[in-house]
Design a protein around this ligand. Sequence first.
Ligand code: GDP
Ligand code: IMO
Ligand code: MG
Length: 423
Amino acid sequence: MALSVVIGAQWGDEGKGKIIDYLSATSDYVIRFHGGNNAGHTVINKFGKFALHLVPSGIFHPKTKVIIGNGVIIDLQVLLEEIEMLKKCKIKLENKLFISPRCHLIMPYHKLLDSLYEKAKGKNKTGTTGRGIGPTYSDKVSYNGIRMVDLIDRKSFSEKLKVQLLIKNKILKTLGAKQLSQKNIEKIFSNYREKIKSHVREPFSLIQNAIKNKQNILLEGAQGTLLDNDWGTYPFVTGSTTLTGGINAGAGIPVNKIDNIIGITKAYTTRVGEGPFPTELSNEVGKKLRTVGGEFGATTGRPRRCGWLDIELLKFACYINEFTQLAITKLDVLDSFPEIKICTHYTLGGKKVNYFDGDTSFLSKIKPIYKTLKGWNKPTKGITKYKDLPLPAKQYLKEIEELTKVKIKYISTGPKRDEIIKI
Ligand code: GDP
Ligand code: IMO
Ligand code: MG
């Protein structure tokens, strides 16, 4: 497998957790390289059911080491809760979980600012997860961040916090929010410091050596292509680069070292939060997708918006990420639909247009053009061999391959680790 990257091809929640848990059985390292605990990666295996927000989804394999790379932003309360929860399930973490000292910390004021910005935007809000993601990344790029390395050095933490509170308390006051106390934050964070410090170490040489020694490395993308800060449906996006290229900045890995780029897409489309969604179904079919697919956010529990598979968007994700293979998840959710539609392209004023031709408002004006395929009306749940799939399901998959020109390598037929077809 060598060096593989797993990237969400849609608006997140494509089933990355499940696929990473499955693929990482042979991985020496699994590395998260961006995002924070806005991610919710569901893993169901012999240890139980988990929604991982920060710890990489390869953690369950005894020989796999996991790294939270420098591009990830961390809410220590969430990370420590996750660590506790894993320990309770007898998952070993010492000498197995490494956290880059370069990771920026999500501070209490970031979470407050996230909700205050959303409130100020009113009906134009992004619909964030409320985890402080945007404000933390904006402090990072404006050189106002506090990093894990600062936390470890008590004096540096205290000095940086002082400056930030000077600034942030003024903003909070203007926006009518309560003031934050240095003393309280320092107390909470010195407790975090003691609990986390054994996991903090610079992973650069570990990763470089693993590449040199041709060890198996799996990079775990978070969110999805259409939530990318530059190429997604801005401003209805997230704060990080969600694309393949993000591994260079977010994990220190040169992009030409990549062997496989696996794009993950559901067999239909979902989105949580605000923003345009051309194939959204605001009818009974959409409701059925949500119910059958259990489409409720793993992080916030919000109902996900549902619609048919959008090939125009998938093709864009294939181009921009250079997927070498696709993993299709949740095929089984379509088992009871008499017909299945697939959006093959967009038109505007009768002319064919592309996703990248316009901005977010453009995307709410285009017309999605559909092709209707026959449903299979047979259970595919748990099928592990391609030959056992009903013919219309094979035809649906073939259609996706032909339209995207990318080979489907994995087909997921249920949420559990082994409910998967490898081609
Ligand atoms: P992620 O953020 O990309 O890891 O995806 P989430 O975990 O947020 O959401 C995916 C949801 O689909 C979770 O509830 C998974 O347990 C579930 N899931 C993943 N693959 C399949 C599948 O093939 N079939 C079904 N029915 N559920 C799946
Ligand atoms: P995983 O890794 C789905 C969405 C939010 C919102 C926008 C910005 O589980 O696929 P943020 O809190 O990041 O500032 O919110 O991005 N969003 C996700 N949607 N899956 C995710 O992660 C998401 N992470 C953020 O709903 O629309
Ligand atoms: Mg998720």
